[in-house]
Design a binder for this molecule. Structure first.
Ligand code: NAP
Length: 339
C-alpha cells in the first residue's frame, strides 16, 4: 500500500478537498504515524482564510496527531511499530495531521499514557506546547525551562485570560503544576466547575464582569501583586485587561504573535510550535516529561467532541471553530474513517 487519503487545502484561500496522495516514508530520525485522531485548531481556518505560514500548495494542515507508529526511520531508538503515540504536526505536508499517515521527528513524539485514548491525546500537543512555551520556556515567561520539579511559586498569584480555550486550560494546569497559590481566570460561567478542577482558584464570569472592569476585580481577588499573566485570547481588549492586572514589572505571555508592549509593560509573544528552531531544544525536553505528567493526572486533556466522516468532516468542524460555535471542547477528526 503506497497511497493514502489526505485533506488538501488546494490553493491559497481555496477549498479543503479529500484526495489520494503517496504515504510519506520516514527519513533518518523520523517516525511515521498512522493517524487515528487529529484535533482541529484555530490556526487551520486562519491559514485557509488568510494564506498564512504555508509555503506550498496543495497543503496538508493539522497540528495535533495521535495514532500508531507505522514505520521507524534510521537511527530512531525507543519506539516500535504499533506503539501508541502523540505529537504536534507542522505546516509542511509530510508533518500535517489531516492525512492518514504523517511523519514527525522522533525526539518530538511521546507515547500515549494508558489513562487516555487517542482522541484525548490528540487534544494535547499544540495547545499544551503553546502554554508551556509561553509560561515555562526561555521564549516565554521562563518560569521553569528545565522542568525542574523543585521550582515552586507558592504564595504567588497568576492570571489566565480565556481559561476555557484549549490553550487556556493547559495554562491553568501549568500554573497549578508550578505551585501558584492563586490562579484566576476569565471564562463563561458554564465552565466554572471544570476550570476549578484543572486548578483555577477563581473563575470570573465574563457575562458578569466586563473586559473593561476585569483588571480591578482580578487585582482585588489576587492575594499579592500579579507578576505572571497568560493571554489565551490575544485581542486588544484581553491584552489591556492582562496588562492592567499585572503589577509593575510583571510579564504577559500572549498567543497573538503580533502583540505589542503597552504602557511600559512587556508582551512576550508565543510561537507555539516545538518544530520551530528556537523552540526545538525546549520541545524535545517537554516531550520527555509530558507523557508522565499526563499519566500521573497532573495534565488533563481537553474534553473531546468527535467529528463524523473522517477527513471530510474537518471542513464543517473548522467552520464551527471559526464562527465560535465551540465552547470548552476540542474537535477531533478520525482520518482512518475517511471513505
Ligand atoms: N501563538 C501561537 O502559537 C498559538 C498557538 C495556539 C493557539 N493560538 C491562538 O490562541 C487562541 C486560543 O486557541 P484555542 O485553540 O485554545 O481556542 P479555542 O479552544 O478554540 O477557544 C474557544 C474558547 O474561547 C473562549 N472565548 C472566546 N472569546 C472569549 C473571550 N473574549 N473571553 C474569554 N473566553 C473567550 C470560548 O469561551 P466560552 O465558552 O466562554 O464562549 C471558547 O471556550 C486562538 O486565537 C489561537 O489562534 C496561538
Amino acid at each position: 500500500m503506497s497511497s493514502q487519503k489526505v485533506l488538501f487545502l488546494e490553493h491559497a484561500k481555496g477549498p479543503l478537498v479529500v484526495a489520494d496522495a503517496p504515504i510519506p516514508r520516514p527519513g533518518p530520525g523520523q517516525i511515521s504515524v498512522k493517524v487515528i485522531g487529529a484535533a482541529l485548531n484555530p490556526i487551520d481556518w486562519k491559514i485557509q482564510a488568510f494564506d498564512l505560514i504555508v509555503k506550498k500548495y496543495p497543503a496538508i494542515l493539522g497540528s495535533d496527531i495521535a495514532g500508531d507508529v507505522e514505520e521507524i526511520g534510521e537511527g530512531v531508538q525507543g519506539f516500535s511499530k504499533g506503539d501508541k503515540v502523540f505529537c504536534q504536526g507542522f505546516f509542511v505536508n509530510e508533518l500535517g495531521g489531516f492525512q492518514q499517515y504523517a511523519l514527525n521527528p522522533a525526539e518530538l513524539v511521546g507515547k500515549i499514557p494508558s489513562n487516555i485514548d487517542y482522541a484525548q491525546a490528540s487534544t494535547i500537543p499544540s495547545a499544551f506546547i503553546t502554554a508551556a512555551i509561553g509560561i515555562l520556556s526561555d521564549n516565554g515567561l521562563a518560569l521553569n525551562p528545565s522542568f525542574d520539579h523543585n521550582v515552586r511559586f507558592s504564595g504567588k498569584p497568576a492570571f489566565v485570560f480565556g481559561g476555557s480555550t484549549s490553550v487556556g486550560q493547559y495554562a491553568i494546569q501549568i500554573f497549578r503544576l508550578l505551585g501558584f497559590s492563586t490562579i484566576i481566570t476569565y471564562s463563561s460561567a458554564r465552565h466554572i466547575d471544570f476550570l476549578k478542577s484543572l486548578g483555577a482558584t477563581l473563575v470570573i464570569d465574563r457575562a458578569e464582569v466586563s473586559v473593561d472592569s476585569l483588571a480591578e476585580v482580578v487585582k482585588k481577588f489576587a492575594n499579592a501583586p500579579i507578576e505572571s499573566a497568560f493571554n489565551a485570547i490575544g485581542d486588544d481588549g484581553s491584552r489591556a485587561a492582562c496588562f492592567d492586572s499585572l503589577a509593575e514589572g510583571g510579564k504577559l505571555a500572549d498567543v497573538n504573535i503580533q502583540a505589542k508592549d503597552k504602557d511600559g509593560k512587556k508582551a512576550i509573544t508565543i510561537f507555539g510550535s516545538a518544530h520551530a528552531p528556537q523552540n526545538k531544544e525546549f520541545g524535545s525536553l517537554l516531550w520527555k516529561h509530558l507523557p508522565r505528567l499526563v499519566q500521573e493526572g497532573k495534565i488533563i486533556p481537553n474534553r473531546v467532541e468527535k467529528l463524523p466522516n473522517g477527513l471530510a468532516g474537518i471542513d464543517d468542524g473548522l467552520k464551527k471553530v471559526k464562527t465560535s460555535q465551540i465552547s470548552g471542547v476540542k474537535l477531533v477528526a478520525f482520518p482512518q474513517e475517511t471513505v
